[in-house]
Design a protein around this ligand. Structure first.
Ligand SMILES: Cc1cc2nc3c(=O)[nH]c(=O)nc-3n(C[C@H](O)[C@H](O)[C@H](O)COP(=O)(O)O)c2cc1C
Length: 234
């Protein structure tokens, strides 16, 4: 893999993240002027999210993906919770929907290959976990033994936002397995060569188109629902 250091390393992908979201437009999406989008890009870059691997399995199927939409969702040590957002078109989404459980993993900085294995192709036809050393804890979700930390979780609640489902997860078991720094998006972008950046951008744009349509549909349905309630007498 070619190592390429550029100033403003994340600019390309954030450019796509934000610009394409607004420019491909639908009647439901307000067009933002470029200067406002620039400001949004700069603000979003500060997130520099940690990359996580989320795995799940059902009776005869298993899989996983890479996610940045993950957060600690509890400050109570004996009521631990995480929150994750999984797009409905992903194979892993249907595994979580059917099993009501998943494992959430932090990757070490050297585990960049996991991003390409889990985050750039779907597991609908292939077993993406075949190469991984797996173990199982409480829920039966596949735990990646080589991760730097893992959380075995069951779904406590779900919220449909149109493009993705936001899962509130109850953590049943959690372990730090290695004393390493977690992999962040900027680490990935710095070492990705031109071909890999193009791949990430292309996949992102595909997902954005699906997400945009789903968000607009969802907003339309909510608007109709609110209007319907407003029209009801009493
Ligand atoms: C850096 C990066 C971050 C991602 N973040 C998310 C995310 O937060 N939620 C999500 O649903 N997909 C996310 N994805 C997309 C999935 O990981 C990707 O589409 C995966 O191939 C889906 O696999 P599946 O169909 O086997 O579940 C991300 C991908 C990358 C490369």
């Amino acid at each position: 893999m070619a190592h390429e250091e550029t100033s403003g390393a994340n600019v390309d992908i954030w450019h796509h993240l934000v610009l394409t979201r607004f420019k491909q437009g639908t009647s439901d999406v307000k067009k933002w002027p470029d200067n406002k989008i620039r400001q949004l890009e700069e603000a979003l870059q500060l997130f520099d999210p940690v990359l996580l691997a989320i795995t799940s399995r059902t009776e005869g199927d298993r899989g996983g993906l890479i996610a940045t939409f993950v957060s600690n969702a509890s400050i109570v040590p004996d009521c631990p919770r995480l929150m994750v957002g999984i797009a409905r078109q992903h194979h892993t989404w249907s595994l979580i929907e059917n099993s009501n459980s998943c494992a959430v993993h932090l990757l070490g900085r050297h585990q960049l290959d996991w991003v390409w294995k889990l985050g750039t192709r779907t597991g609908k036809q292939v077993d993406k976990l075949a190469d991984f050393d797996l173990t199982h804890w409480v829920t039966g979700a596949p735990v990646l033994s080589e991760a730097i930390a893992a959380f075995d979780c069951q779904v406590e609640a779900r919220f449909d936002t149109g493009d993705r489902t936001i899962y509130l997860l109850e953590v049943l078991e959690a372990r730090k397995m290695k004393d390493e720094l977690a992999l962040r998006f900027s680490d990935l972008w710095k070492v990705a060569d031109q071909e890999q950046r193009s791949l990430l951008n292309r996949l992102l744009q595909q997902d954005q188109q699906l997400d945009r349509a789903a968000i607009c549909r969802w907003r339309g349905q909510r608007r109709e629902h609110r209007q319907e309630q407003h029209r009801r007498p009493g």
